[in-house]
Design a protein around this ligand. Structure first.
Ligand SMILES: *[C@@H]1O[C@H](CO)[C@@H](O)[C@H](O)[C@H]1NC(C)=O
Ligand SMILES: *[C@@H]1O[C@H](CO)[C@@H](O)[C@H](O)[C@H]1NC(C)=O
Length: 244
């Protein structure tokens, strides 16, 4: 189906162009949709109209929540057929769908572009290894980031399993700090991973922090492997029994 369309499409273009009938094409460059840029970058969207012969199109840019919301957007007319939208010093709030409209005679043509401005997520605390932690002590692992606290979500995992608030784990600062209480080297050593997701742009960053000496880590990892192996076997046996 898609292949047939690809074959027919150039032929259609040829036919309509030869017939001198007005075949208006409105396009936006860059071609890749969406446009994704980090905060602060400049973004330019060039909207151009072709095939209007001598009639000049009336062109405008629009955005679902308004173009002037952030004060970063500027519109420039390059010529009668080209209207450029420039976002200077882009912010997360400049993200969204931008529409270019062109009116030729009584017809309105439209094209659109998704823009995603993402915040770089930088961890404040750079420490990745804690070495030996004394038994029964409490220890904090921080995944606080440069971005605003309200705009991110933090997921913690340990050996692939989600770490939840409660028991020996306590969260602070909207989950950006994990406190491990009553630390037991033979259970709690090993890797703790946080993934911080920026809600509006979906960009994320991950950090893994290791606790304990090499011996302790190996001991715990070995236990983890045995456990997941055993539960895997369990699941298979159960599934086999169920399907028989
Ligand atoms: C860009 O925007 C940020 C935040 O809105 C502001 O702090 C910064 O001064 C701006 N930079 C420039 C070059 O305008
Ligand atoms: C962990 O961080 C929280 C919040 O900053 C603090 O209240 C708590 O005392 C810290 N715990 C440890 C063991 O440092």
């Amino acid at each position: 189906m898609a292949r047939t369309f690809l074959l027919i499409f150039p032929i259609l273009l040829l036919v309509t162009q030869c017939s001198a009938d007005e075949d208006v094409v409105i396009s936006i460059s860059p071609k890749a949709n969406p446009v994704q840029k980090p905060i602060g970058d400049q973004i330019s969207l060039v909207c151009s109209v072709k095939g209007t012969s001598d009639e000049k199109p009336g062109m405008i840019w629009k955005k679902h929540d308004g173009l002037d919301r952030t004060g970063n957007v500027e519109i420039k007319k390059l010529d009668d057929y080209t209207l450029v939208l420039i976002i200077r010093n882009s912010s997360v709030d400049d993200s969204g769908v931008y529409y270019c409209h062109a009116q030729v005679g009584s017809k309105v043509y439209m094209n659109k572009m998704d823009v995603i401005v993402f915040e770089d997520i930088v961890f404040r605390d750079k420490q990745l290894h804690f070495g030996q932690v004394l038994a029964t002590a409490s220890v904090n692992i921080s995944c606080e980031v440069s971005a605003k606290k309200d705009s991110v979500i933090t997921y913690w995992t340990r050996h692939g399993k989600q770490v939840l608030d409660g028991g020996k784990y306590k969260f602070y600062n909207k989950g950006s700090i994990l406190e491990i209480q009553n630390y037991q080297p033979e259970q709690d050593a090993g890797q703790y991973t946080c993934e911080v997701v920026h809600v509006s742009s979906g960009s994320s960053n991950t950090k893994t922090v290791t606790l304990g000496t090499a011996g302790e880590k190996n001991y715990v990892a070995c236990h983890q492997m045995c456990n997941s192996f055993c539960s895997d076997i369990n699941t298979r046996m159960f599934l086999n029994t169920a399907s028989n």
